[in-house]
Design a protein around this ligand. Structure first.
Ligand code: B12
Length: 451
């Protein structure tokens, strides 16, 4: 009898067969910590966090409802009007506060605006995962907005050889439209297929795994939902298999695809293409992830890891079984980091390849800080120390503070450059300025790089 029950459960909940084996407590604690971070009103709501809460095995349904209300408020303000009304001259919708500088950098007139493909795509994915399911009517204008942004990105990719945002956001856009069963032009899909085929997803200092994985998820969705013709479907299938093969071949000794943060994205591809149980690389990646759960300290990274720990991919948002949801999760507040005694000294170097100083160091000074300080604390200490010749600026993003300007030099999306964070001699950091904690004697380099 019990065997029958187990088999029955397996048949009813197929997605959960890819979940973390026997680690229910650790994964549950991670979910509860994310819930705790989500409950903090000081943090802007992030659609990835909502998605992660919705794709979890256990829920705090009231807490999720409140979070959705905050998200709706943020997005309603921006996309409340129809696209037609908004695209009338001088009637462009207000930019999202976090995007103001990006939007103005690129705007040549009031009515031109920078696409928000990725953010809107994540929000629409979240809306597909609500319980009870939302009426499709009110979402239609959001879907139209996303289609418009994707077209902008596509036009940009024809003009500049890359989307205005990035292939990561472009892929999220295709994925979200697909999950909402909205068709996109074949040319838009073919552009992504070509980029995947020609290996255009990587950038200096970053691996291509995250982007490749999101693109493969979009391909899997288009195939599953039968939104493309037979010939294109066959090409998408071949591309998906190629991505999976490359991921397996490139899996590190440590079990990761790329790094610890891109691994969950890659694992989603195995889940979405029903290969998580047959592919040993998936099991190795899951084991590596479980051994490194403490790497997931921020809401953004935790939100990306949780779905796979529950054996779910973003393609599962449309198949939520509302009546079976367990309303049993309670939030855990984040613990403060332990204080470490003493001080450390870090050498801070700034490099820019731009004139008037090609390849030279614009700044090179030791900076003393308390032990356990973050790189952000180092930058603040450098700015405060005599002779006050170090300055920097950050922009708030869902991933945390993004270093946008150093010594008056601003990195710009338009120029596709950024302030890359490295530890000497030449290793790109896998964390942002707020999370990386340098050790005594370490040399940290801020380098204006292209991506
Ligand atoms: C594209 C991308 C970039 C582009 C963004 C440019 C652009 N306009 O699109 C560039 C090349 C600039 C970039 C830079 C960095 N990135 Co990056 N990036 C990504 C990627 C692939 C997609 C982000 C995205 O578009 N999300 C979708 C949109 C809708 O969400 P969003 O939150 O609004 O996205 C914006 C911010 O996230 C910001 N951003 C991008 N990366 C990072 C990293 C940090 C720490 C912060 C605070 C912000 C930030 O740019 C995005 C676009 O505007 C993610 C992959 C992933 N798994 O998330 C990695 C990722 C977020 N990046 C990462 C890292 C480590 C960095 C760097 C710190 C690398 C380095 N050593 O310099 C730097 C940031 C340095 C700084 N100046 O503060 C890690 C973060 C891991 C962590 N522990 O938090 C990720 C997860 C990649 C990975 N697998 O390791 N990145």
């Amino acid at each position: 009898m019990w065997l029958l029950l187990v088999l029955l459960q397996a048949a009813v909940l197929p997605a959960q067969l890819c979940e973390a084996p026997g680690e229910v407590a650790a994964v549950r604690a991670l979910s509860a910590r994310l819930l705790g971070l989500a409950a903090d009103p000081a943090r802007d709501p992030d659609p990835s966090v909502y998605l992660a809460l919705r794709l979890a095995r256990e829920h705090d349904l009231r807490g999720e409802e409140r979070y959705l209300a905050r998200l709706r408020d943020a997005f309603q303000r921006r996309y409340g009007r129809s696209l037609q009304a908004a695209s009338r001259p001088h009637a462009a919708p207000h930019s999202h506060p976090q995007r103001d500088s990006a939007a103005t950098q690129h705007s040549t007139s009031a009515e031109v605006e920078w696409p928000e493909t990725g953010r809107l795509a994540l929000y629409l994915l979240g809306l597909r995962a609500t319980c009870p399911p939302l009426e499709p009517g009110p979402q239609r204008s959001l879907v139209t907005w996303l289609k418009y942004y994707l077209e902008e990105d596509w036009a940009g990719s024809r003009q500049h050889g890359h989307p205005l945002t990035s292939y990561y956001q472009y892929s999220l856009g295709v994925l979200a439209l697909c999950v909402h069963r909205k068709r996109v032009r074949e040319e838009v899909i073919r552009r992504l297929l070509a980029a995947e085929h020609h290996g255009r997803f990587g950038h200096a200092g970053g691996s291509a795994v995250d982007t490749e994985a999101v693109a493969a998820l979009a391909f899997a969705c288009l195939q599953r939902e039968r939104l493309v013709g037979a010939r294109l479907a066959a090409e998408l299938g071949a591309a998906m298999r190629a991505v999976r093969r490359r991921m397996v071949e490139a899996q590190g000794q440590d079990g990761f695809f790329g790094n610890v943060y891109s691994t969950p994205w890659a694992m989603q591809v195995f889940i979405a293409t029903h290969t998580c149980r047959t592919q040993p690389a998936y099991g190795r990646a899951m084991a590596a992830l479980l051994e490194n759960l403490d790497a997931f300290t921020t809401a953004a990274t935790t939100a990306q890891a949780l779905p796979v720990l529950h054996g779910r991919s973003y393609l599962d948002v449309a198949s939520t079984r509302c009546r079976e949801e367990l309303d049993t999760l309670t939030p855990i507040s984040p613990e403060p980091l332990p204080e470490l005694p003493g001080n450390v000294t870090v050498r801070l170097v700034v490099e820019s390849p731009e004139p008037p100083c090609p390849q030279c160091q614009l700044y090179d000074r030791p900076v003393p800080v308390p032990a356990g300080a973050s790189l952000l604390d180092v930058l603040k200490a450098a700015a405060a120390q005599e002779p006050h010749n170090f300055m920097f600026d950050t922009q708030d993003t869902p991933q945390g503070p993004f270093l946008s300007r150093v010594l008056g030099l601003e990195a710009r999306q338009q120029k596709r450059n950024y302030w890359q964070l490295l530890t000497a001699p030449n290793t790109s950091l896998q964390m942002g300025i707020a999370d990386y904690r340098p050790h005594d004697g370490e040399t940290l380099i801020l380098r204006l790089s292209e991506w």
